[in-house]
Write a protein that binds this ligand. Sequence first.
Ligand SMILES: [Zn+2]
Ligand SMILES: [Zn+2]
Length: 343
Amino acid sequence: MKALRKLAPAPGLLLCDIPRPPPPGPGEVLVRVEAAGICGSDLHIEDWSGGYEFITAAMPVTLGHELAGRVVDSGEPGLPAGTPVVVIPSVTCGRCAACLGDDRDRCLDRRGIGMTREGGFAPFVLAPARNCLPLPPGFDPAIAALTEPLVIGARAVSVGGIAPGDRVLVLGPGAIGQAIALMAREAGAAEVTIAGRDDAPRFAVLERLGFHGLREVGNKGLTHLAASGRFDVVFEAVGMPTLVAEALPLLRREGVLVIAGIHPCPAEIPLNTVVREQLQLRGTNRGKQADWARTLDFVIRQGQALAPMVTHRLPLRDALDGFAITRRRDATKAVLLPEPGDE
Ligand SMILES: [Zn+2]
Ligand SMILES: [Zn+2]
């Protein structure tokens, strides 16, 4: 079958022919991938610009961790063939102290589908049945594949402690920024402002998602963003280290800065501002197991209302074009669709 793979710890990805996965063992399912979203982290892995060294030991490995599809072979009676599913990429070992203590998020031997085990930029992927959440019949798999980035948004909003009535600023209108904006609104934020630079296509998506507080930053710096008042919570979803210092003055006293971007180098932080204003800096990454059910519930309720986020649908064989589109920031989410000829 065709598969988009990372072969070595160096720039590049390759669309290869590899054998199909073996039949599922007990508790596993074989999923026919119907949609797999391209993520910013996939671009970082293609570039090999740092931050993903942890996947080296798993290479060669098929990428693709935002996926939805259909069970075609099952080793789990509770999840029969034919069930449409969204796949949770974080695979926990089930054996370590954390797993046995029902705290899977702290698993000591976690593997990520599409990072440290075979992923979904391929027609088939093997997954533990407990990582598969059933979808309603006929649900658009490309929209279901948005669940993973929306889980990251949901986690970021929980980390930020958004309360009803909060004024929220999101720096970065990409897929994660959009996910944060959606989940902040869902959590009751009174006002969600989203700032970007040369991001017209992504602002257009946000308009269609019902957001109107869109600010083009240009070269003006960020100060003007707080012209009508400071924010309770600011999210950094760009991965630009200098934004951390620029964002702090936008917060009200005791405000919270949540850092969600993956940064290429350290940041300089004016600590006296943090101390005097009693600000909090918090990091967020991935989601937790508990975030999945509530986020999937949100995705199912929203359904086609989320369709503007899926800006590009491409066949798997054009995967690298999808990467280029995502890199140009034309896309919020480019989704790869395997075709019968890829199998
Ligand atoms: Zn991702
Ligand atoms: Zn474990």
